[in-house]
Ligand binder design. Structure first.
Ligand code: SAM
Length: 663
């Protein structure tokens, strides 16, 4: 037998604990039972992946997470007597046997029941009794049970099973007609003849075949079941909870988001970097948060020095003498587009009307890519205020000079030629700038804050490009941590009660702990870090679409193209929203606990960045996530269009070439 205890530990940590299974006895039992002993020969190495695996008779051994989830829902504990319907491989019964007093388990296929019995014997699990039969009728001689767990999906909760529950006992069973998706139901016996029901997320199980289940051959007809009243489908539930959104310029569009106005930080996502509706929605929501609710910081997934040029313009400050056109680096359309330009003009106009000191709203970039722009900004500042210090800084940053134009190649050089000295140099410079900032914060505040932030950025960027060479989570985490820390500096620098709106891609904003990036790759993001730091004072709002067009490139540094977005996959969250048949809506996830529960179960979610490759969409753009845990709300536009780019990719006529200001 393979030694797989490490993989087992990892499964418990990554697939169970981190996904919200808290019951310590369940976690401990799953840590103890060797799942590899329950899979068919040849499948042992996959035993600790979080998926179902095939066993004999066309059946499956259930996914570990679902086993844990059902046992947690059933609330099993020491001293209990438990019935399982659908022994299958025997794995779930084995896990339960490590917690409870005795497990009774029924399987309709005699060979499966026999194989499971042999496994229990071999492992020395003596408190399990197996029999072959129709589990929908229960095991009357051993009743009452503290819990009954059914591992196959029926048309409803069989009456016989409900009647064999002890008072206070729970029956957990997947129910529903759709072979692709059923819902998990928990029935609690509250008295001699009273029961309560609660529904949990969507699941997929093999059918429960029997007298109070389905007929042999499929789910098309219940044989003799106590049918539950038909529950609405998930798209129907979404449609019922969805708050339709009017046109952007209609006052009630942005007003719908007033419920988040008391938060300190509102993070607005996007499912692509090139969709007009996402930009316009964020702009209109932000306008209202600024005008009506005292938000004064807009912090975007944009480069700091470039955003600083926009900030000077919107706050009517003098352009920097080194000013060049901002956002010239790939992907230019991400900020050089008509939608963003309209917001910039509005913000400038708004700030002109603001009379209260400190009441103007500022625009900042949280990202670290324009290292060259940041170096120029630090040097320009020091040249002006302290030429001697500028000389030292020039020498220190000189170390990075060869890579300023192509920083992504720096990592390789740092590895092969011992360029660690650059790290020393940029950190020294960063410390000097921060010391300067704390020494004379009174004079020259904005300019010095900008220069110090650039110095911080260069230090982060040096580290980022060095680690990028290795790939993996470290460089992503560095970038998102830098973005989060920058946001914190902005809030602190502004005032103790300052409020910020953040614009970034869904992959940065949706809490990473509930996505594949966090669960599998240990990546963190700004949404997660904000929640961990600010708790309830944060709103994470994701955006999504079904189909339409998007501005994106096929490769990094490639030409921008307007591409068709493929209709969303059938197994995605996007398809559920599309099937709700509401063209554009806001879904406040916390407001509807029943829907929230059903949107917790992991599904595919689409992520289009500046690169879009429709031909490999599943692998390059979809990842599993738990929508309801990732976001507080989700904004939906069923059909979307590409942003209108400005500048070199200019496609619209009549937009001034000098955007955003004639420098
Ligand atoms: N708990 C199992 C494990 O850990 O391997 C997985 C069970 S598998 C998903 C469902 C099982 O339910 C199948 O083995 C199927 O034969 C069995 N089944 C379906 N209808 C049944 C019924 N009426 N009575 C007993 N077993 C049934």
């Amino acid at each position: 037998m393979l030694e797989l205890s490490r993989e087992r530990r990892r499964m418990v940590d990554v697939h169970l604990s981190r996904r919200g299974i808290h019951d310590r006895e369940v976690l401990q039992a799953m840590q103890e039972v060797p799942r590899e002993a329950f899979v068919d020969p040849g499948f042992e190495e996959f035993a600790y992946e979080d998926g179902p695996l095939p066993i004999a008779e066309g059946q499956t051994i259930s996914q570990p997470y679902i086993v844990a989830f059902m046992l947690e829902m059933a609330g099993i504990g020491r001293g209990d007597q438990v019935l399982e319907v659908g022994t299958g491989s025997g794995y779930a019964a084995a896990v339960m046997s490590r917690i409870v007093d005795h497990v009774y388990t029924i399987e309709r296929h005699a060979d499966l029941a026999e194989a499971a019995r042999r496994r229990f014997e071999k492992l020395g699990y003596g408190n399990i009794t197996v029999r072959t039969g129709d589990g929908t009728k229960g095991w009357p001689e051993a009743a009452p049970f503290d819990a009954i767990v059914v591992a196959a999906s029926g048309p409803g909760a069989p009456l016989a099973l409900q009647q064999q529950l002890d008072v206070g006992g729970s029956l957990v069973i997947p129910v529903g007609e759709d072979p692709e998706e059923q819902r998990l139901l928990k029935v609690v016996r509250t008295g001699a003849s009273t029961y309560s029901e609660e529904e949990f997320g969507a699941v997929r199980f093999v059918p429960l075949i029997g007298e109070e289940g389905w007929r042999e051959g499929g789910r098309s007809g219940a044989s003799h079941a106590s049918r539950l009243p038909r529950s609405p489908s998930l798209p129907q539930m979404i449609a019922a909870a969805a708050e339709p959104l009017p046109e952007f310029d209609h006052p009630s569009f942005a007003k719908a988001f007033d419920r988040f106005a008391d938060r300190r930080v509102v993070l607005l996502g996007e499912a692509s970097h090139g969709t007009s509706e996402f930009y316009r929605a964020r702009a209109w929501i932000t306008r209202r948060l600024i005008e009506e609710h005292g938000f004064t910081i807009v912090a975007a997934e944009a480069d700091w020095p470039d955003a600083a040029a926009v900030d000077r313009y919107v706050r009517h400050r003098q352009a920097s003498p080194r000013a060049t056109q901002p956002f010239q680096r790939f992907p230019t359309w991400m900020w050089r587009n008509a939608e963003f330009a309209a917001f910039v003009e509005w913000l400038r106009g708004h700030n002109e009307r603001v009379k209260a000191p400190g009441g103007q709203a500022a625009f900042y970039g949280l990202d670290i890519y324009n290292m060259r722009g940041s170096i120029a900004a630090v040097l320009e500042y020091l040249d002006r205020v302290d030429p001697e210090a500028a000389g030292i800084a020039r020498e220190r940053y000189g170390c990075l000079t060869p890579w300023q134009h192509e920083p992504s190649t720096y990592g390789r050089a740092a590895l092969t030629r011992g360029y660690r000295e650059c790290e020393e140099a940029v950190l020294k410079q960063c410390r000097d700038m921060l010391a300067r900032q704390s020494d004379d914060a009174s004079q020259d505040g904005e300019e010095l804050f900008d220069a110090a932030q650039n110095a911080r950025l260069i230090a982060s960027a040096e580290h980022y490009y060095r680690t990028m060479y290795y790939g993996g989570a470290q460089s992503w985490n560095l970038r998102d941590t830098h973005m989060f820390e920058t946001l914190q500096h902005l809030l602190e620098a502004r005032s103790p009660d300052a409020k910020a709106v953040v614009w970034a891609h869904n992959s940065h904003i949706g809490d990473a702990r509930f996505t594949q990036m966090g669960i599998v790759r240990d990546e963190v993001n700004i949404g997660q870090l904000c929640r961990q730091r600010f708790g309830e004072e944060v709103a994470l709002i994701g955006f999504g679409t079904h189909s339409g067009t998007v501005a994106a490139a096929k490769d990094w540094d490639g030409e921008m193209e307007v591409m068709s977005v493929r209709p969303s996959r059938e197994d995605s969250y996007e398809r559920l929203c599309h099937d709700a048949s509401v063209a554009r809506f806001l879904l406040a996830l916390a407001a509807d606990p029943a829907l929230r529960d059903r949107l917790i179960e992991r599904r595919l979610e689409r992520f289009i960045g500046v690169i879009y490759r429709p031909e490999t969409e599943l692998h390059s753009h979809y990842a599993e996530a738990s929508l309801a845990r990732q976001f507080d709300a989700f904004v939906w536009f069923d059909e979307t269009t590409a942003v209108t780019p400005l500048g070199p990719e200019h496609v619209a006529s009549g937009v001034p070439d000098t955007y955003p200001f004639g420098v």
